[in-house]
Ligand binder design. Sequence first.
Ligand code: ZN
Length: 607
Amino acid sequence: MTQARIHFEISAPKPASHVFHVSMTIQEPDSQEQLFSLPAWIPGSYLLREFAKNLGPITGRVGDEAITVHKLDRNSWAVRGATGTLTLEYDVYAWDMSVRSAHLDQTHGYYNGTSVCLMAHGFENELHTVDLMAPTDEKCLDWRVATTLKRVSGDKWGFGSFEAPDYDDLVDHPVEMGTFTLTTFEARGVPHHIAITGRHSCDLERLCADLTFICEHQIDMFGELPKMDEYLFQVMAVGNAYGGLEHRSSTSLVCKRDDLPQVGDTEVTEGYRQFLGLCSHEYFHTWNVKRIKPAMFLPYDLSKEAHTTLLWAFEGITSYYDDLCLIRSGRVDTESYLELLGRGATRVYRSYGRHKQSLFDSSFDAWTKFYRQDENAPNAIVSYYTKGALVALALDMRIRKLTADQKSLDDVMQILWERHGKPLVGVPEDGVEKIVEDLVGTDMGDFFDSTLRTTEDISFDDLLEQVGVRFCLRPQENSTDKGGKPSKNKPEDKGCLGARALAGNGGAKLANVYNGGAAEAAGLAAGDIVVALDGLRVTGTDLEDRVAKASVGTELSVHAFRRDELVETTLKVGAPVADTAYFELVEDASDDVVARRNAWLGLKPGS
Ligand code: ZN
């Protein structure tokens, strides 16, 4: 293979030390000063992660002559006076099990290019080539490779040589190596692969069948799959974790192995439903954010924060469609879908910060607030995922109403794809609002102001009526109540602690104390360990439920530790807060209303 002017050789000589070794050659470097940098963040995850912290020393040479590599700042370097092919060598420590960085041991290796591949300034837009070297450790001799990087040599799924037309492409195809399980299905003629790493007993046939429905539904909705030869779901199955990151023709997911469909099971468990929702979410990003992008992201500046107010559209609309696609593709029924919708709304109504932070601000400040949540987060912020999804629902309903069911949010997504995604033209900050207004032919300023730029709650009443659905709020039933369903008991009688407690350190550790609640009034703070309530030991998560059993207004003694000091106080049991949401079908809805609901949910008449 001909090496490009920028060429990487990536190897894993000692997997047990969790280190990838990188040899990078630069032909014709800038002989005065050649700059290099490593991204500080990875697209899709809006936090400066400073991946350079995992790089060992970088050594440089031109031919056999060593040359000094100068460190300039936290993530960039310079080589001066290199007058021939320059080679840099460095190690990358890889021990992060998330989908955002890199991980390596004797069982598998995984990396994102943003963690491993230096960017050579001035060469960003030219061809990059990569040799992925097979490990020589005897425990790793049967490893294979799963990536959508373009292969130029070596067998399919084997080690070999790859290329990327530019740096942006190079770092958008994560690489998995190991002994993963592999299966393939076709969606609208394009091969879609699933590579599962980690111990599991997944029913691959069932997973392929379900993902075919979901992927084809989304392809049909946008009208086409963006141009690609294949798509890859990289799945890491572990005991307990959840997450995903989107890429242009693949996604990296981490999930509980028990959430995968088990051989012999036929029902859609809560865990499997969540996993399908995650796959649906990341796949939807293939259009919405990987190609339809905020203008702020074109091109990405991976050295510093890229602020946009549009994450409500890129994450919120995606979060609305991820579950909607499950019902539209026939994977869940109406009851299950409404439960998902209600659970999402519950997460919004349990964020007291929704009265302090608008969606625009939540998006803009994602870097310092959403991605850096502390004990005060429920009081201070609102999620552009969950509230963004509710805005998307309200927007969809509003568009349907204003156009007498001729148009919907689906049309907005198609227009975004045609105008911005396909030609790769960035979406200006007001771009989504303008497209909607053009589509419906009327000013939507009030709607967008109230939902995006203020902290008002979204008013659903007149919007959901047209599809025969009612939005309801009630108090939380118990500490495990995630919402989504009406209450079986009478939670309006239950007392309220005004805090979230977790088992820890021999009592109940207060994870969050809500502004204006009973715990705050009693002087309790996040981090306090409550050890006794009303003179009886608190063992853990029973704290919230014991307070719930007491009548509103009752005074209970509380003993808690703050650091190592005992605090005694009195808790006046608070009134319950209607912070738990569910959506229910209106009974006796007219045929028109039912037809409209079926059109929204993609149901056949009579189902
Ligand atoms: Zn997302």
